[in-house]
Design a protein around this ligand. Structure first.
Ligand code: BGC
Length: 422
């Protein structure tokens, strides 16, 4: 199958290190931080991208998804750092030299700290600011970028809102409730103190801090989607050759008898609600890690004895194929798997996961689902947001004391999917 993308994904803040002007850097260094540990040097991908890209290409892969860090490009509002634009030009050229198709994300959770001081993702100001940044990237680097994902997991706000409401009701912490590393070990006092510290650090009211990865009302989520739509328009006006879309975090909801209505409601909240905003996009980035079994009262925890990953999700590689099929019933365009993976210290398990997940993707393709690639999460063991460095999703392990890379067998397994001919 020609032109099918096979590769791996990263996000700038999780791998680059020293993302000094970002909101995450601020939050990680508060006294009552929500983070298990700060990102620090991460895995120094900022300086070692050539080695990492080469390892991916040598394994046989043909695509690399990474993100451009808005806080580096625009460290102060309205000031674009040309040296940082040049840095990402070099990363893009490095992909080209190594035969990798780049898939570029403009916003992967982290934002410039100044944006949060201006109301962040809760105020319409973000629409103008995001469009300016997106336009700058399209104008300066667009000729090297075939795919742009404007916003990573644009559907997180409502999912986090739902979880926050459930936690308030039931008073229980939901490890694995969303597909991202949240630190669930904090007590209420630390959360409240942290809130006030954030307000002070971002020079706004503690109740007006709107970073990206936060519970959001439908009203605020609409602002996020309008920012996406405006960015799509700006990018197309500058360079119509770029394929533009966003990515979504989607679970494979499986209804037990009696759970059909609840499963349909969950899918509508996570996916259907967003659909009107993305129907004109060139593609959709699909991100999935597991399934959830749903009964009449909602999504259940993984069954007793079910294999679970370090993240607390069920180890269930078939879910990506199922989600692609479901999405294709409602979204008419190209689908690209922009993330799928497993957090485990057992690489043999990851190898099996990749083979089984990919078989599901291919089966969906054979049945007519317009999927054009599979990008595994993640190229490197990295900073799993609030959870810190304890989760290992990587195809390459890193000794963070020396920043030495140790490619795992799973990197070969992924590359062979491409070499084997699809
Ligand atoms: C995010 C990644 C994250 C991964 C694993 C996705 O939600 O896009 O940044 O590391 O899932 O949790």
């Amino acid at each position: 199958m020609e032109n099918f993308l096979i590769g791996a994904a990263t996000a700038a803040h999780q791998v680059e290190g020293n993302n000094l002007h970002s909101d995450y850097w601020v939050m990680e260094h508060l006294k009552h931080s929500d983070f298990a540990e700060p990102s620090g040097d991460a895995v120094d991908h900022y300086n070692r991208y050539e080695q990492d890209i080469r390892l991916l290409a040598q394994a046989g892969c043909n695509a690399y998804r990474f993100s451009i860090e808005w806080a580096r490009i625009e460290p102060r509002e309205g000031f674009f750092d040309e040296a940082e634009i040049e840095h990402y030009r070099q990363v893009l050229l490095c992909c080209r030299e190594n035969g990798l198709t780049p898939v570029v994300t403009l916003q992967h959770f982290s934002s410039p700290a100044w944006l949060i001081a201006k109301g962040g993702w809760g105020k319409r100001h973000v629409i103008t600011a995001f469009v300016r940044y997106a336009g700058k990237i399209a104008a300066e680097l667009g000729d090297l970028i075939p795919y742009i994902c404007t916003i990573n997991e644009a559907n997180m706000g409502l999912q986090l809102n739902k979880i926050a409401a459930d936690m308030m009701k039931a008073g229980k912490k939901q490890e694995g409730g969303v597909q991202v590393g949240q630190n669930m070990g904090l007590d209420l006092k630390a959360i409240v103190l942290g809130m006030f510290e954030k307000g002070k650090a971002f020079h706004c009211s503690p109740f007006a801090v709107n970073t990206f990865l936060m519970p959001r009302s439908e009203k605020k989520e609409t602002i996020v989607m309008l920012a996406h739509q405006a960015a799509v328009g700006a990018i197309r006006a500058i360079n119509p050759k770029i394929r533009v879309g966003l990515t979504m975090s989607l679970f494979d909801y499986q209804a037990l008898p009696g759970g059909e209505a609840a499963a349909a409601r969950l899918w509508q909240e996570d996916f259907g609600w967003y659909l009107p905003f993305i129907l004109e996009d060139d593609f959709l980035g699909v991100q999935n890690y597991s399934r959830k079994i749903v009964d009449a009262s909602g999504a259940r925890e993984p069954a007793e004895g079910a294999p679970v990953t370090q993240m607390g999700y069920e180890d269930y590689p078939a879910s990506i194929g199922h989600v692609l099929r479901k999405v294709a019933q409602q979204f008419p365009g190209e689908l690209l798997v922009t993330e799928n993976g497993i957090s485990t210290d057992d690489d043999a398990r990851r190898c099996r996961f990749i083979r089984e997940a990919f078989a599901g993707v291919l089966a969906a393709k054979k049945d007519g689902v317009p999927v054009s690639g599979y990008l595994h999460w993640s190229l490197l063991d990295n900073f799993e947001w609030q959870a810190g460095y304890c989760k290992t999703f990587g195809l390459i392990a890193v000794d963070r004391n020396t920043q030495t890379r140790f490619p795992k067998q799973s990197l070969q397994v992924l590359g062979e999917l491409n070499k084997d001919g699809i």
